[in-house]
Design a protein around this ligand. Structure first.
Ligand code: NAI
Length: 232
């Protein structure tokens, strides 16, 4: 049965859309890329952009862009294109970037230090509050002004600093135990670089990052390319 709604506002329409249909993971995965491109356009003083122009820059079809953004109420106007600032702000809201997120890093080895050194996370509102390790030789060294602390300080630190996200850059053998400890102390989201799957309560969000998987995708594309070109 067709249902007609009288929408009070575009905002309400968007909320209803989100309630009614599950946005596909593929669309969600593409949003950060839109956000990055729109951020660059804003920095360059571009106020509006057509889906065709955005499509040329991003090397995604214009219809894909329209389809993706329609999931969230469109944001575009016929004959005008997209208002860059508005679209950037709205996608930021969808991605939960309008608020800061306090973050800690567990494991101050190669990877943990590399992440800690990456200042651009802060630009997106991910605030590095603390770095933790078990190796006493690392105690007190500072990375971008953030000192490495020992794990016995973890619980109190997490509670006092309202830590929401923990990046796990420790060996997989220790990851499960440490993840449990983080959750017990109120951490809500784990950015998991350790090569193990974590089984945590439903309210805890886990995002796994495996660079080697991305490298395997690259290897697959090389193989595909070679196969196609050898055929010709
Ligand atoms: P690393 O050996 O340089 O650093 C690991 C650090 O974790 C050390 O400082 C160690 O003292 C600390 N640590 C060990 N147990 C701990 C615990 N229970 N609590 C707190 N800290 C603890 O190793 P690296 O190269 O930094 O790699 C870290 C982890 O990330 C490894 O498991 C590695 O396999 C993984 N990795 C994952 C990648 C990915 O794409 N997902 C890419 C590179 C590494």
């Amino acid at each position: 049965m067709l249902q007609f709604y009288i929408m009070k506002s575009k905002e309400e329409w968007k909320v209803r859309q989100l309630e009614e249909k599950e946005i596909s993971q593929a669309v969600i995965r593409r949003l950060p890329r839109y956000y990055r491109y729109l951020g660059e356009l804003l920095e360059n003083g571009v106020e509006r952009i057509s889906s065709n122009d955005l499509s040329r820059r991003m090397k995604v079809t214009a219809s894909q862009i329209r389809q993706d953004l329609n999931n969230f109420g469109g944001f575009g106007q016929q004959g005008y294109g997209y208002n860059v600032k508005y679209l950037y702000t709205e996608i930021g809201k969808i991605l939960g970037l309008e608020e800061d997120h306090n973050m800690i890093i567990i494991g101050a080895g190669n990877l943990g230090q590399a992440l800690s050194n990456y200042a651009a996370f802060e630009k997106r509102g991910f605030i590095l509050k603390g770095i933790f390790d078990v190796n006493p030789r690392l105690q007190g060294i500072s990375i971008r002004g953030v000192p490495v602390r020992m794990m016995d300080e973890l619980g109190e630190f997490v509670r006092e600093n309202d830590v929401e996200i923990a990046a796990l850059t420790i060996p997989k053998e220790n990851a499960i135990e440490v993840a449990d400890q983080l959750v017990e102390n109120g951490v809500r989201a784990i950015w998991n670089f350790a090569h193990t799957d974590l089984s945590l309560p439903e309210h805890v969000i886990v995002e796994n990052v495996h660079l080697s998987e991305s490298l395997m995708q690259l290897s697959y594309k090389i193989s595909r390319y070679n196969e196609e070109h050898n055929k010709q």
